[in-house]
Design a binder for this molecule. Structure first.
Ligand SMILES: *[C@@H]1O[C@H](CO)[C@@H](O)[C@H](O)[C@H]1NC(C)=O
Ligand SMILES: *[C@@H]1O[C@H](CO)[C@@H](O)[C@H](O)[C@H]1NC(C)=O
Ligand SMILES: CC(=O)N[C@H]1CO[C@H](CO)[C@@H](O)[C@@H]1O
Length: 450
């Protein structure tokens, strides 16, 4: 049942958002896959195809700024929740895709894809000031061009460069470290039509995560495993149910949190929009590793966080639920119809909500600060229209707040409600064009505490 799946993942959050003049922004307490993530100044984070690099207690998120010439863009955080914009790594190298950072010989390097070659950047600090390091290069031994690189650092500190090389093979090359770094020997070459590789290692087993090639459309991703980097690689197996298209995302990096209690690996994916623009969002989820069957499974949480000291993932908390069948159902031509209410109150959900009908919830308690509200609904056809909410009269398209709108049964949106219990929220639908048939089934909404 759709709603209980949503419930499982319900939690709290206290977040963000700009426009609170003269006041510090509230801290972000949850990672919310698919939602619009903002930095500490309230601006949407623009770091796609990226990676999080840890040094000491600081995390640096480097990714391509799709809003500005795809410069490599850097954000920093100590908790993986609140990200401060450090600025561009450099503005001398535009159109650098999928930048990845690593450290060698006391310096920091970013390797990224420019015209299907590798361009290296170097800085003495991870937060910025990168300059061009050497000429663009291809991959040894066959001078392959490539795309979609990743970087994996093994337990012994050796770093590897993961790519989708020009014949679509996943290729792994050593990175020669020290004071002058360079691309090293090829250590693995996995045939198949794959891209966007990432790697993790657990209990001595290497896992290679790849996606199929579907451009900016998400697809079901896979993992392979091997006890040696040089192979042979077994698999593939799914990392998420096929129908979810990896929760609407494509892999970009696996982040290891070595906690005092547990080591947690985090899948970092891009929730690309159809055109590959800065409107794209991010899907980060903890990975569950089954060392018996050598399979990886993404843990599908609507709200979660990881304690970066202990490695422990938290997901559960409470919220106040408003069931759709307790809302006021209105339908053009049927206003105040007792028969209509009776029909809708037979089940918990309200069905057949279309462009001429809606469900209104009154008496919703708000904090006066931006807060998370989960909207639990499904639609008949996501391309035929979309759902919206009116919040105290202001119309908000759900897809502007979360790219999971219409695709998943739980859609967290960050809304500003008035302080007190007099908020009014109306759920309704718009069809895309006159001939479209679009309708939603609303289970309810849940105002998340924090
Ligand atoms: C809700 O639906 C009714 C009936 O179609 C309509 O009169 C009303 O304006 C709608 N309310 C909102 C907020 O869209
Ligand atoms: C979904 O809606 C689109 C746009 O109206 C339409 O082209 C498509 O055929 C619909 N799909 C189904 C399964 O009805
Ligand atoms: C449904 C679907 O697109 N599955 C794909 C998952 O990835 C494998 C490997 O790339 C493809 O062969 C499948 O078609």
């Amino acid at each position: 049942m759709v709603f209980s799946q949503g419930l499982r993942a319900i939690c709290t959050l206290g977040v963000l958002l700009g426009g609170l003049s003269g006041r510090a922004l509230a801290a972000t307490s949850w990672i919310v896959p698919g939602a619009v993530w903002t930095d500490t100044s309230g601006t949407k984070i623009d770091a796609h195809g990226g990676q999080v690099f840890q040094t000491g207690t600081n995390f640096y998120w480097v990714g391509a700024a799709y809003g500005d010439n795809t410069y490599p863009n850097i954000y920093s955080s100590t908790d993986l929740l609140n990200w401060e914009h450090e600025g561009y790594a450099t503005t001398t190298v535009p159109w650098m895709y999928r930048p990845k950072m690593f450290q060698s010989g006391g310096n920091y390097y970013i390797w990224g894809q420019v015209n299907r070659d590798v361009q290296a950047l170097k800085s003495s600090t991870p937060s910025g000031g990168f300059s061009v390091y050497g000429s663009p290069f291809t991959l040894p031994p066959d001078a392959r061009t490539y795309s979609d690189e990743g970087v994996f650092v093994d337990d012994d500190g050796d770093a590897y460069f993961l790519t989708s090389a020009d014949s679509n093979n996943i290729q792994v090359n050593q990175i020669n470290g020290g004071s002058s770094i360079s691309i090293g020997d090829r250590v693995a070459d996995l045939e198949g039509n794959y891209e966007a590789p990432g790697m993790l290692k657990s209990d001595g087993v290497y896992y290679l995560i790849v996606s199929s090639k579907t451009g900016y459309r998400p697809n079901p991703n896979k993992s392979f495993w091997s006890t040696s980097l040089t192979g042979s690689w077994s698999g593939p197996s799914d990392i998420a149910p096929e129908s979810t298209n990896t929760y609407n995302s494509q892999n970009t990096n696996e982040l290891k949190i070595t906690g005092s209690s547990v080591t947690t690996w985090i899948y970092m994916g891009d929730d690309w929009d159809a055109d590959g623009t800065a409107a794209a969002n991010y899907v980060w989820l903890p990975i569950s590793i089954d060392s018996g069957s050598h399979t990886l499974t993404l843990q599908d949480y609507a709200y979660w966080r990881v304690d970066v000291n202990t490695g422990v993932v938290t997901t559960s908390t409470t919220g106040k639920r408003y069931e759709a069948h307790d809302g006021l159902v209105m339908r053009r031509g049927f206003e105040d119809s007792p028969a209509m209410y009776a029909e809708h109150k037979r089940s918990q959900a309200v069905h057949n909500i279309d462009h001429e009908s809606n469900v209104t919830f009154t008496g919703i308690e708000g904090t006066g600060e931006p807060q998370w509200v989960s909207i639990h609904y499904t639609v008949n056809n996501a391309t035929a229209g979309e759902a919206h909410v009116h919040v105290n009269g202001e119309k908000i398209k759900i897809s502007d707040k979360n790219s999971r709108a219409g695709k998943f049964a739980t859609v967290p949106v960050n809304l500003k409600l008035r302080k007190g219990a007099d908020n009014v929220l109306t759920f309704g639908c718009d069809k895309r064009s006159e001939n479209d048939h679009f309708e939603a089934r609303l289970e309810g909404i849940e105002v998340i505490d924090d």
